[in-house]
Design a protein around this ligand. Structure first.
Ligand code: SAH
Ligand code: DHB
Ligand code: MG
Length: 226
């Protein structure tokens, strides 16, 4: 994943942490295997990142979680496992074939009952959720097309409540995020998203760099205030 000379050690430490603290099981293994077989890109969160999402959802006492960007449902399995029996995870995916793979993976993991995979462009699905008067979400995980991150944050603010947590994946991308002059629309999207987080009167946020089996990247956390 990364050309960094330290990548070998990042992988070794991730393997150690994962085996110890975020061990896989048949459902998670099978989700990755079925995703590979179906030709999905290998860009799901790492196991220890999935466990972090699960812990954050539990710390949050989340009953309702929104994910933007399902892929094969790997992060969705981790998040769904944090939910109470009457909880709900709504996860949005533009690619209908990916969404089918995710539904099968979520069913195999035994969480199909609490997860709804919505096929369609996330911006459309988010507008539909607002139109439907969806109950506020306690946690939102933004992990889809990065140029739309500022729009996803706007919608997330409409679909959350004071105390909700908004997580953004892939905010570092090998350090590219620090380049103020970048013309890469993905990096621009992330920078505008972070600037909005900083300036918004109803958000308090931070961002962290990470290294590991997913290379050098990072994530942001923001709490919806009053
Ligand atoms: N959260 C997943 C990884 C998501 S990868 C995990 O960690 O397991 C990003 C996903 O966003 C891809 O599946 C891609 O098809 C989807 N995506 C990209 N643009 C989108 C859009 N406009 N609307 C909805 N989904 C989109
Ligand atoms: C990519 C997207 C992701 O959400 C991720 O976690 C890693 C890589 C990508 O589009 O390359
Ligand atoms: Mg991601």
């Amino acid at each position: 994943m990364s050309q960094d000379p330290a990548a070998h050690r990042w992988n070794a430490v991730d393997a150690y942490f994962t085996e110890l603290l975020a061990p896989s099981d048949d459902a998670l293994d099978e989700a990755l295997r079925a995703s590979d077989v179906a030709g999905l890109p290998r860009i799901a969160v790492a196991p220890n990142q999935g466990k972090l999402l699960q812990l954050l959802a539990q710390i949050q006492g989340a009953r309702r979680v929104l994910e933007i960007g399902t892929l094969g449902g790997y992060s969705a399995i981790w998040l769904a496992r944090a939910l109470p029996a009457d909880g709900r995870l709504v996860t949005l995916e533009a690619n209908a074939a990916y969404a089918e793979v995710a539904r099968a993976n979520l069913a195999r993991a035994g969480v199909a009952e609490v997860v709804e995979v919505r096929t369609g462009t996330a911006l459309d699905s988010l507008a539909a959720l607002v139109d439907e008067g969806a109950e506020p979400f306690d946690l939102v995980f933004i992990d889809a097309d990065k140029p739309n991150n500022p729009h996803y944050l706007e919608w997330a603010l409409r679909l959350t409540r004071p105390g909700s947590l908004i997580i953004g994946d892939n905010v570092v991308r090998e350090g590219a995020v620090a380049d103020a002059d970048t013309t890469d629309p993905r990096v621009r999207g992330v920078r505008d998203f972070l600037a909005m987080t900083a300036e918004h009167p109803r958000l308090s946020g931070t961002a962290l760099q990470t290294v590991g089996s997913k290379g050098y990247d990072g994530f942001s956390l923001a709490r919806v205030t009053s």
